[in-house]
Structure formats: C-alpha cells, structure tokens
Design a protein around this ligand. Structure first.
Ligand SMILES: [Zn+2]
Length: 266
C-alpha cells in the first residue's frame, strides 16, 4: 500500500481488532472498540505511530454493542475526539427494554470474551452514544471524504460499514465475522431479511480487501461471488447454544417491532 494516501494499522483490542488509518496529517479510527481499548489506542499513538493523540480526527462506531461502542466515548471525554455513527444509533437501546438489553449485551460480551480468550476487563459503555456527526447511508465521512459510510442493518438495525473506493477496502464491523479460516454471519442476526439486503448491496461494491472487526484482514478476488455466497447462510439455523440465548438478545424495541411486523405478514 506504498502508493496509497494512507497506511493501515491494526492491533488486537479486548474483543475486536482495532484499525487506524494513518494519513500524513490526520488519523481515522475505524471503530471504537471496547472501553479500555481507548487506552490501547492512546498507547499505540505514543509508542508506535509516535504522534500526538490530537492527530486522531475522528472515531467511527459501527454499532452499539459494547465491544464497538465503548472506546470512542472515552476517547472523546479524555481527548476531545469527535464520533461519527449512524444517525439513529441512539434509538437502539431506548426505553426500559433497551436498558435491560444494554446490560445483557455487556454481560454476554464479557462472558464470551472470557470463554473464548480467557480475558476479562471492565467493558461498560454508555447507553447513548450522542455522535458528533450523524451519518446517513452513502455519506462521505467528515474530515475523510475519501471514505463512505453505508447503512448495513441485519446484526442490529443501525449497523454501518465503511468503504474506501480507491483502495477497495471495506470495514465490515459485525456484518460478517471471520472465525479461523471460516466466514460466518454474526450472532445475533436480529433482522435476517435486512441482513440479506445488506449483503446484496455489498456485492455491488468493488471490494478487494475486507477488514473484519473479528478476524483480521482478508483479500478477496471476486466480491460479488463472495457476498452472494454468504446469502445462503442467512436462512440457516444457528448453533443450538446460540438459539438458546437468542431471546436474551431480542429485547430491543426495534426487534420486537420487527418480529411483530413479520408475524402480521404471515
Ligand atoms: Zn455486535
């Protein structure tokens, strides 16, 4: 990537991989990571990039789960770094059921990090993000107009992915997950029909490199075939252990409204 405008850096956060896009005069954080990832990001600036954290001009948040939405608010509080996210992201944990879901997501995230990686750390994130920049589908990113935000619902209702057309890079957040060599769709998949539509839209983008929040970087040769190939996973039933905890992930008001609308259609 020598001739490109930027250098892509990555390192492992508490649960997700953290990506920093370094330009000569500014840096972009592709997703905020968990709460204490804010401190890892600060250390990365000091020890690896050898730049002041004030060069970080923008933190993106792909969706509200605590392994993605915990670091950015702390970076904003400590270092005044603005946040950009889906314009309706703060609807996700709204109301009493949203508050309960927020607690459950934190507990489930920490439990799965402990089970999978033997890691435990405090990962509380604010229930409302209050983004400084509210992003709509296909918006150019503030300060980084060479990047585009795409709404990509399915995992939650307000997921976004971030695309850099010149380099054909796509940061997928939790739209798709890489587990070892296997590509899977996320758990929970709360809006299957919308997930299928999101994958279909991604199949229309010229993508050569996928940046996973979970699973690192993957080069792909045929993006339409790759995304279309994932469509068949949408209808497949998930592992029994996942199915058992799905009710614990379905409390958000938007999920209940969606389920109700599907039942009415049947
Ligand atoms: Zn998630």
């Amino acid at each position: 990537m020598n001739e490109s405008l930027f250098t892509l850096h990555q390192f492992e956060g508490y649960i997700a991989t953290i990506y920093l896009v370094e330009y000569q005069d500014k840096v972009l954080l592709l997703d905020g990571g968990a709460r204490r990832d804010a401190l890892r990001i600060k250390d990365f600036f000091t020890q690896v990039l050898r730049r002041p954290i004030s060069d970080l001009k923008l933190s993106l948040v792909s969706h509200m789960h605590p392994d993605h939405a915990g670091g950015a608010p702390l970076l904003r509080r400590r270092f005044s770094i603005p946040i950009a996210a889906h314009y309706e992201i703060d609807r996700w944990y709204r109301g009493g059921s949203g508050a309960t879901q927020h607690i459950l997501d934190t507990v489930l995230g920490q439990y799965s990090a402990w089970r999978q990686f033997g890691k435990f750390e405090w990962a509380w994130s604010p229930r409302r993000l209050q983004p400084d920049f509210r992003l709509y589908d296909r918006d150019k990113l503030p300060f980084f107009p060479d990047w585009l935000a795409y709404a990509a619902p399915g995992h939650t209702l307000y997921d976004m992915v971030f695309y850099q057309p010149q380099e054909k890079l796509l940061y997928v957040g939790d739209l798709i997950i890489k587990v070892g060599e296997k590509i899977v769709l996320p758990f929970p998949m709360l809006f299957p029909e919308l997930m299928a539509e999101s994958l279909k839209r991604m199949a229309g983008l010229a993508v050569a490199k996928l940046l996973f929040a979970h699973g690192g970087v993957l080069e792909i040769k045929d993006a339409p075939a790759f995304f279309n190939g994932l469509m068949k996973l949408v209808g497949q039933s998930q592992r029994r252990s996942f199915r058992r905890i799905e009710p614990l992930c379905s409390l958000a008001a938007d999920v209940r409204l969606y389920k109700k609308s599907r039942t009415n259609l049947d």
